[in-house]
Every structure is written in C-alpha cells, then in structure tokens.
Ligand binder design. Sequence first.
Ligand SMILES: [Ca+2]
Length: 551
Amino acid sequence: MNRDRSRRKLAAFSCMMALPVVLFSGQARERLISSEAEPNILLIWTDQQIFGMLSCEGNQYIETVNLDRLAKEGAIFQNAFTTLPSCSPARATIVSGLYVHNHRLYDNINPSIGMEGIKPLDGFKVTEQYLSEAGYAVGHRGKWHAGEKADWGAAFTADEDFSEKYAPLWDQRYKKAVKAQYPWDRKTRTGTGGYTMGKLDLPIRQTPSWQKAFDNGKMPSWAVVGETLIPAEMLMESGVIESAMDFIEANNEGPWMATLSLSPPHDPWNVPEPYYSEIAKPLMDQMQIVGNGDPQQQRSSLSWRTGQLVDDRGIQEYMAIYHAQVYMMDEMIGRVLDQLDVLGIADNTLVVFTSDHGDMVGMHRNVGKINNNLYNRLYHVPFLVRYPNQVSAGQVIDEPVMLTDVMPTFMDYAGIELERAVDGMSIRPLLENEPVEWRDYHLLEKFMNTTRNPDHSVKNMSDFYWVMGLEDGCFKYLCPRFNDKDHNKKYSPPRFIDLKNDPLEEDNLFEDPDYRKLVEQYHAKLQRVLVESDFEFIDQFPEDPWSERSK
Ligand SMILES: [Ca+2]
C-alpha cells in the first residue's frame, strides 16, 4: 500500500505540555460547501476490537483483505480512541457525539438498577434522528444497546431496526433452530458431544484448556473459547449482514444510512469451520503473550482473574480465536462492500469502520475488557474511512480522534446543522487536508457503581466513583475520584505512565518525584478539558493530584 505520510505536516501527538495544537490557522472552509448530492452513509462497527488486528494496521497473523481495501481506497486513522470501554456508553457516544459524562449513560444498560438508555430529552438528538428528519432512509442492523427504539419516534421504521436486543427477529428464528438441532442440559449447560452453551446459547466445543477450566466450575459464564458447531451462514452475524444488504438494495435511490453492528470479536470467543481449523488452530502456537503485570496491580480486575483460571496455552487459544473472529468479520463485511460496487454506489457512500472499544487480548494474561488499570488497549480502536467522491485514497492520519467525532462528521457530510453543540469534531478537514485546529489528546472516562435517578442525578454517591484521564501518545494520566470506600482507592489508584518507554503500562510513575512536575501539568490540563466540557462532577476534582480525596 502506498501511503502518503508526508501530507501530515505537523504531528498530532506533539508530546504535550504544550498549547493546543494549531495545525494551520484559520482559512475559511468554502471549498467544503459542496454541490454533491448527500452521501449514503454506511457505519460498520464490531464489538470489542482493538487497533492492530487488521493487516492494514500491521497484523502479521491474518490478512483482512476487505477492510484493508477500505484503508487503501480511503484513510486509516492510527490514533482513534473510544472514551469509555463498555458497550452502552461507547455506543451512545458514537450516535450522540457526546462524552459519556455528557450523555450520562455511564455504564451498560441495566433497567433493574435504574440504568436506562439515552432518551430524546432536552433537545438530545442522535445521528439517526437528524438524518431521518433530513430525508434519509435509516436502518440499524444488529445490536444497538444504547436505549429503546420506541423512545425515538419515527427515526427508525422497521421492527428490527433499532432495538435494545441484538437482532430480535433473526434472534428468535435462530435460537429456535439452534435449540432444535443441538439439545442441551440446562443445568450443566452442556450437550451431547461435549459442547457448552455460552452466553448467547451457542453450542461451542471448547478448546482443551478452556474445557478443563470450565469443568473446574469457576469460569464466568461469558468466558467461553472454542469452535461453534453452528455453520457461518446460520450465525446471527450472517443475519445482520443479509438484513443490511436487503435494506441497502431496497433504498438504493438514496440517500440512506445503514449501521452494521457486529458482535465478534466479543465473547463468547468462537468461530465455526472452516475458520476454526484454517485460521484459529494454526495460530494457537504462534500467539505471543505480552506483559507480565504485577499481580498487585491486576488482582482487582475480572479480566486478570479470568486469565488466571487457564494456563498459557489457554491464553494462546483465546488470542487465536479472537484473530479468527476478526478474519471472519472481514469476510462478512466484504459482502456488503461488494454490494456497493455491484449497485454502483460505492463512490457516493461514506463508509466508516470502527469498534466500540478494545479487549486485553492476553496482555498481562488478561481475558476480555474488565481491567481497572484502563490500559490503552481497551481504548484504542480501528478507524477507517472511505468516501471516493471527496476523500483521497491511501491516507494515514495520526491526529487523535475519538468516537465523539463520528456523529459530527456524518452531520458535516450530510450538510445538517446541529441543534446543540457536541463534544466531538468533524474529521472532514483531516480527511480533506483542510486547515483546522485539532486537539492533542484523548479524554479517557470510566464510571463505576453508578445508577441514575429519573432526573439523571446519581444515586448511591458513597459507592459511586469515576476515573478521568488524558493520554497523548507520550504520557497517560489517570485521576480517580476517591471516596470514603477504601476499596475504590485500592482498585483504581492514580496512574502516570510513560507510554513511549513503557508501552505495556507496567510502571506507575505517579509517586515518582522525578515526574512530579509532569503530573501537575497533566492534572491541570485534564481539569481544563473537564471544565471546558461541562463535567458535572468537577467539584469533586482534586485541587492537588496527591491530596487525599473524600467528597
Ligand atoms: Ca462492547
């Protein structure tokens, strides 16, 4: 691939301490007012996919030819981050353009504790609603996980468009068929032939290390690794793909927006044949476990404790299956990209590929995403953009973008004016090499033990705590709110990491006197970013990074 690195004249990640990065000063953007027709918009997201899994991102183990094609014909972003590594908060950010602390869906939806999805209150609007009102046909296929479709009126028309559930209609048909074909014992969750039913009721023949750990009885129900017996064409993802293709064909006249929401490489980690034998199995011997994080730092984290239940081979098995899932998704996504070509609409379709957040993929022997140290691996996601009509091919873009930027970018290209300011910025100037003042950091967020009252205030303040952070590719600072519960302090201490010299984030420099000045600077900058973005708990933000905090 011939990537044009020279176009980015100023490094986005100027290691900070710096003033806000001004890439170029303020020429007008008349050129961006285009007479082109509104583009179709295809948003593709997988669930829990880290940056670096695609071959265009440097992965040596698998060839992801379809997504590589997007990068080759468009732009690849090297520094795209989610702001919070959980499904519902991240997805609400994608569709709203807001930081989690502003859309306030702090954690995964859980109505039983009052954690409800985003709602169209107080002028709060999402991408799909704006586009629908502007005359777009809007279809969402697969898991949404950010709220209830009924709350959003006519923005989504078909029953399976926009639901809390994964893909309701397909899901019912699918589960019925699976249960008929693979009877299993409810109590032991195993079936004849030794398969396990994972969280999604998939019959999965686990790999040897995972079966052994499962038999020991301590494994969380989501932690399943192996080969599914369901053929690829019967997987739910195939249903999502087919349904999206039907939607695109039916609305070929355009403009339309389709969201293709795919679950893998999420747990339960499994692939059917031929992916298991041809991709996953040969990779198991090759997978390298990186990082040997201090157990003291790791033991509060479920993903580390889960990793302790299997041997090294088990970690390799999980990493290999994760790769095979990415490979399988690439093939499925390729069908939709091919359809755009067949229909002759690829040039006028803006395609964005990303993921809601990352996964530890074996780093420090962690399995999954639940780690209190908030490693970059949980935040750094793939981000590809292709729009042949207006975005030149083969670009590699280093500026730090966040999932907050997706929504304002779509609005920019669709020519829609926002009714209310959002935290994200349109990446269009980056894509079209136009002057723009750009940020030089990622904001990192995490909220724990939080539920909301109907007025959106936080319940149970004594258990509630947050971690806010900044990273800029050089250093990373995590600042937790302490409260009177000791365990919070123990679980999520402040962290200061030298990312250039310690990419595995093993050495916490927060207490190191040599870094005192830098910590102060990052602390001040984080405070400024939070003030500017109306952080509602700013009164809990410590004046001094090292002070004891109990508010
Ligand atoms: Ca997720």
